[in-house]
Design a binder for this molecule. Structure first.
Ligand SMILES: [Zn+2]
Length: 160
């Protein structure tokens, strides 16, 4: 096979150098002989026995490359999508607040008994169990107006 190709190449070159012809035709002949060189080189490199083998091999390589490209693109797309979702998730957490902020809010939402202070005009004064600020007399508010702590006033009539 290689020998036939080499013979063909030699014939093409001979034709191009010995016969009178238009320059354009001569160029075509030399181009063809160059191509045969490339084919011989590739056949040797890929250890193919025939041009057909070589073409099949090249097509398979091309397919493989395309598959790889597609797989890579898919992976990149998946990756991008995941990153976007991660970013969105992170953003939504940021909008809600940090874990510590949430913990703080949860703690403030659980009613806390106030601290009882001195009596004034027969009523005890109460202080927020969380921030210690004065929150007035009993049952005046559900939450501390200073820090938002929910207040556990106990049952009506019960002494706290
Ligand atoms: Zn408070």
């Amino acid at each position: 096979m290689m020998n036939e190709l080499r013979k063909l190449k030699a014939r093409l070159q001979l034709l191009g150098t010995t016969y009178k012809m238009k320059d354009r035709h001569r160029e075509i002949l030399f181009e063809a002989s160059d191509r045969i060189d490339t084919i011989i080189y590739m056949m040797e490199k890929t250890e193919c026995k025939s041009v057909y083998d070589l073409v099949v091999r090249l097509m398979k390589q091309e397919e493989l490359i395309n598959d790889l490209r597609k797989a890579k693109m898919l992976e990149v797309k998946k990756r991008l999508k995941k990153d976007c979702m991660d970013m969105e998730e992170l953003q939504s957490y940021r909008e809600i607040g940090s874990i510590n902020e949430l913990r703080e809010l949860k703690r403030k939402d659980e009613p806390m008994k106030p601290r009882k202070g001195p009596y004034m005009y027969g009523d005890a004064l109460y202080y927020c169990g969380n921030c210690g600020e004065h929150i007035g007399s009993r049952f005046i508010s559900i939450c501390c107006r200073w820090c938002g702590q929910k207040i556990d006033w106990g049952n009506y009539g019960e002494d706290i």
